[in-house]
Design a protein around this ligand. Structure first.
Ligand SMILES: Nc1ncnc2c1ncn2[C@@H]1O[C@H](COP(=O)(O)OP(=O)(O)O)[C@@H](O)[C@H]1O
Ligand SMILES: [Mg+2]
Length: 238
């Protein structure tokens, strides 16, 4: 299957500061790929670099084979690369409907937008059920569902999710990852997901990368890493 997204020797950070070094990752069509690793490993920085929101020092980002390293963030969105950031997910004082529609804010294809809205409200029943409720009054798990719905309104071909389950109760975390799988099945898109809960991420992902100290320390299949003694010891506990 074709490569949707690829980082080639990507080195990036913030201004003069380098945080991630020589990162090589790839995400194929319809794949779910996880990035796990301790706090401060550079996972969020990697997502920002892929989205065009960090300072790239060297290396390349390829989207569908096209070099997008110098492309501004929004042009990457138009090409189908959509990032949903950790926290900062919803506008709390806007309704659920307004939040969801915000995902399509630069699109002009009205009819297609309404079709996508129908699709996301079918995938996320809460979107219709709580249409007029202020997003800030939803539970954390509900807010994450609305955030996923909003991201889908931008029509991603590859969706980048930074810790979609952070701060949620275990049941809500599982629900988020079930939804991630459902999005892949129903929309046929690729998903790159950063996750602290290594067990949950590895159970869901086809493949995964382990980041440590700004570098890729290990990579493998989800189940392979899940069963690796080193991973179990460092990230899952016995
Ligand atoms: N805006 C920033 N400016 C400078 N350094 C930053 C910035 N954001 C994060 N960092 C630093 O980058 C490193 C990696 O952070 P981050 O990518 O958020 O890791 P993770 O998501 O794996 O927890 C940390 O040392 C953090 O302090
Ligand atoms: Mg992070």
């Amino acid at each position: 299957m074709g490569k949707m997204l690829e980082a080639v020797d990507l080195t990036a950070g913030y201004g003069p500061v380098t945080i991630i070094e020589n990162i090589n990752i790839e995400v194929h069509e319809k794949e779910i790929v996880a990035v796990i690793g301790p706090n401060g490993a550079g996972k969020t920085t990697l997502m920002l670099a892929l989205a065009g929101l960090a300072t790239v020092k060297s290396g390349k980002t390829l989207l569908n084979g096209e070099d997008v390293t110098r492309l501004p963030p929004y042009d990457r969105v138009v090409k189908g690369l959509v990032l949903s950031l950790e926290r900062r997910r919803l506008f709390p004082d806007m309704t659920v409907y307004e939040n969801v529609m915000a995902g399509a804010y630069r699109r002009k294809d009205r009819e297609e937008i309404m079709k996508d809205y129908e699709m996301v409200s079918e995938l996320f029943p809460i979107v219709e059920k709580r249409r007029k409720q202020l997003a800030g009054t939803l539970s954390g798990g509900e807010q994450q569902m609305v955030a996923l719905a909003r991201a889908l309104m931008a029509r991603p071909r590859i969706l980048l999710l930074d810790e979609p389950s952070v701060g949620l109760a275990p049941i809500a975390r599982i629900a988020v990852f079930e939804k991630v799988r459902e999005i892949r099945e129903r929309q046929g898109i690729a998903i790159l997901v950063v996750e602290q809960d290594a067990a949950l991420a590895l159970q869901t992902a086809d493949r995964a990368y382990v980041m440590e100290g700004g570098r890729i320390a290990l990579e493998g299949s989800g189940t392979g890493l899940l069963n690796s003694p080193k991973i179990r010891e460092s990230y899952i506990g016995l």
